[in-house]
Design a protein around this ligand. Structure first.
Ligand code: M6R
Length: 605
């Protein structure tokens, strides 16, 4: 979603802000802009589409100044147009914003009644107009920004810049992340440390409700109650904050290829050095837990659905899964012995964060399974379990999915041990099995040429179905999600046994039906369902191992996967699902790392 950068610098800032915005591109955007103050004069440039358009504009109409704010906009209120692009300006103030101002219509009417007009359709412009209104009444920029912030309802990360103020920037955080960077004689604001990585490794993360007044001399932070606040200054490891494609054509390709190494590292972090036992936090205690609630969005939700099989099957623990955007609106029944787990790569997904806040005080323990350790979900959970996938830049989640599965499986083993379902030795045996996973993932990655060929066959279709049973069902949903978001082919994941209750009407000789079926305990049943599709001339593509392919009989197309222990199949079969979508996107010429309309981190409801 929207990305924010602000710099009070000692050199010209527009080119530096542009570079920082490039590092925020992965969040997803449809327009961009920069405002600077130069010798007291406030000016701005905005452009529709990719940053290259803003860059071109700046070549023809340069923007001077050593103080500036920049923004990448993912449209919420108002179409992607130049007029709706940030920074928004009203009189002497310019504002960039990530989030949604829920009461902007009321404020807008109030300002209109006072004779103050708006030029855009956005909620953000109201912030600028309101601040201008207060400044017109004689308030200083800081007083006006504070007065404005008091009036805002909703979620925001904000940066304000003022005409006549070359050494002042104001930031605010409520519901959307914002970080302060400390340079040598320079100060920065950024949506995340990635944006600021080459500028500084010294970062202060603002807390919920914080406001910050920046000058080149430093940052003055106040909390939600207006008290001076000391937030810790953390050193960000630059190797974790700087990212490149490492020779791959796309970040997605790199992130898919990283999975064997990531899974090895994730497992190592949460186990003893000899990997014979778990080393999860003591606070993660399932002894008295009577129900587990897994909540997430998108890919994280499918990881949760896979994990449900493990928590119930291995640990005998009742487990329910929920889509975060629905969770708190269905009045869920919570118990004092429940544990609630929130799965999020970014740790900032608005719905997942809201669900976490919803359960606070009503469950025994809240757990964040997150990739970004400084994220809101990490900080607000009772226990934060890092998945350690490293920065995931491609909008389509790949390595975060399998790393989430790894943490969830380790949690399930701990639950089984705490509840007396597995002995320490049995847990150790499972961990030994898990150590074979990187090798199996590599074997699956080796199938890429065959998968690329299968993807060519998909490139011309408009619809596809993925079928699975047991833990392969959420995998089918995840495979369909990947195909949809990357190639814009309509795809659905379906329970293979459920097909005949309706969707089988869709089957004809044009419909690709990709069946995910390792030779496991459910294999025979899945094959029966596949036969029902074949009998109706469906274009079946079977993903199975050698034994499964031999047993299944003739199918139009197939992919021979490595033999995998049943518990590890969801990890290994994620690889062809990801690669199929990747190569279908390549064949269709879509934007692999930044698919249309999508944002990496969805920080609005
Ligand atoms: O950062 P999160 O894991 O909370 O994000 C959740 C979803 O927005 C995310 O998984 C999304 O569905 C991905 N684009 C899927 O590839």
């Amino acid at each position: 979603m929207c990305g924010i950068v602000g710099i009070l610098g000692t050199h010209q800032v527009a080119p530096v802000i542009l570079e920082a915005l490039k590092r925020l591109e992965y969040r997803g955007y449809d327009s961009a802009g920069i405002a600077t103050v130069n010798a007291g004069h406030l000016d701005r440039r905005r452009a529709l589409g990719k940053l290259v358009n803003l860059s071109d504009l700046l070549v023809h109409e340069p923007l001077a100044g050593m103080a500036g704010i920049g923004h990448t906009r993912w449209a919420t209120h108002g179409a992607p147009t130049v007029a709706n692009a940030h920074p928004h300006r009203a009189g002497r103030v310019a504002v960039v914003h990530n989030g949604i101002i829920e009461n902007f219509r009321a404020l807008r009417s109030e300002l209109a009644a006072a004779g103050l007009a708006h030029e855009s359709d956005t909620d953000t412009e109201t912030i600028a107009v309101l601040t201008r209104h207060y400044m017109d009444q004689g308030m200083t920029p800081t007083e006006a920004a504070n007065a404005t912030l008091e009036r805002l309802e909703g979620a925001f990360a904000l940066a304000f810049l003022f005409e006549g103020e070359d050494d002042l920037m104001i930031g605010a955080r409520q519901g959307s992340p914002l970080a302060v960077g400390h340079g040598d004689g320079e100060m920065y604001l950024g949506s995340d440390a990635l944006a600021l990585a080459p500028l500084t490794d010294r970062i202060t993360y603002l807390d919920e409700g914080d406001r910050v007044v920046l000058t080149r001399a430093g940052a003055s932070i106040t909390d939600a109650q207006g008290r001076r606040a000391n937030r810790p200054l953390t050193r960000v490891r630059l190797d974790q904050a700087t990212v490149d494609k490492a020779g791959h054509r796309h970040f997605m390709a790199k992130e898919i290829a990283e999975q064997p190494a990531v899974l090895g590292a994730t497992m190592a972090f949460h186990c003893t050095p000899d990997k014979s036992a778990l080393a999860l936090p003591e606070r993660l205690d399932f002894t008295a837990c009577d129900r587990l609630i897994l909540v997430a969005c998108g890919t994280g939700y499918y990881a949760a659905q896979v994990a449900k099989y493990w928590f119930e099957g291995v640990a005998g623990l009742p487990c329910e899964t929920d889509i975060a955007s629905e969770y708190r609106y269905r009045q869920p029944v919570l118990g004092a012995r429940n544990m609630a787990v929130f799965i999020s790569q970014s740790g900032e997904t608005a719905d997942t964060l809201a669900a976490l806040r919803h359960v606070r005080g009503h469950v025994a323990c809240s757990v964040g399974v997150i990739n970004v350790p400084t994220s809101s979900i990490a900080r607000e959970s009772d226990v934060a379990l890092p998945i350690l996938a490293g920065p995931e830049i491609s909008v389509a989640s790949t390595k975060a999915f399998t790393a989430q599965l790894m943490v969830l499986l380790l949690m399930a083993l701990k639950a089984a041990q705490d509840r007396g379902k597995l002995s320490a030795q049995q847990v150790s045996d499972h961990l030994q099995l898990l150590q074979t996973l990187p090798g199996l993932m590599r074997a699956a990655l080796d199938r890429e040429p065959d998968i690329a060929e299968l993807a060519q066959g998909l490139a011309g279709v408009n619809h596809a179905l993925f079928l699975g049973r047991g833990p392969m069902l959420p995998l089918a949903s995840e495979a369909a999600l990947k195909l949809k978001e990357l190639s814009y082919i309509h795809a659905e994941g379906y329970a293979s046994g459920e097909l005949k209750h309706g969707p089988i009407a869709l089957i004809d000789e044009t419909m690709p039906v990709i069946v995910l079926a390792p030779r496991d305990s459910l294999f025979a049943k899945t094959v029966s369902n596949m036969q029902e599709v074949l009998a109706r001339q469906g274009r079946v593509v079977l993903f199975s191992d050698r034994a499964g392919l031999a047993e299944a009989g003739a199918v139009p197309q197939s992919l021979a996967m490595p033999e995998v222990p049943e518990m590890l199949a969801p990890f290994v079969y994620a690889v062809p699902a990801q690669l199929l979508a990747y190569h279908a996107a390549l064949a269709r010429g879509t934007d692999v790392d930044q698919p249309r309309n999508l944002a990496k981190s969805v920080t609005v409801e």
